[in-house]
Design a protein around this ligand. Sequence first.
Ligand code: ITT
Ligand code: NA
Length: 193
Amino acid sequence: KELIVATTNQGKVKEIQAMLKDLNIEVKSLKDVYDEVPDIIEDGKTFKENALIKAQYVANDLHKIVLADDSGIEIDAFGKLPGIYSARFLGKDTPYPIINQAIIDAVEGKERTCRFVCALALCIPGQEPILIQETFEGEINDHIAGVNGFGYDPIFYFPPCQKTSAEMTLEEKNKYSHRAKALKKLYAILKEL
Ligand code: ITT
Ligand code: NA
């Protein structure tokens, strides 16, 4: 069986592949199925709306089983921003080390709580789309730490493990993360495909 993940984010793909490794499913990204990846306009107002937009676009185009992930980080000191704008916060060409240091500087002396959010949309031809949302609660670290993962992982401190999600192995992040928790809720369905 084949599962197309409506993403070009390789970090998401790696985590999803690892979570589903015991199922007989070939996980493919948009780069694997399109010569020219379509530019999908994510103009929803919520993570779930954006996940549905991405999944439905590709499912309508290819008539295959499609999963989409819309995710981001909510920083309480910034009124939950960047939230759904996490991929284009400070402009999409600003490198993450710059963005992450800017966030550390801006939360200095403020509330450090934050959370990753992941909405997953699963479209199976002939069925109603399935939507799930989960969170991963943490704090903005006071320095950049760790080289694993992607995006905001080097500043996302997870108190129970006393490290950032970029200091966790892929397997460890997949025990606790927003994406892993959401995917677990779809596991039984994916197993039956
Ligand atoms: P696709 O739309 O192609 O899936 P994207 O990266 O643009 O890729 P989003 O619009 O969902 O995806 O933006 C999510 C951003 O939130 C992502 O680029 C990261 O900056 C951040 N993010 C989400 N999950 C994360 C995680 O597990 N670790 C670190 N950063 C994460
Ligand atoms: Na998005």
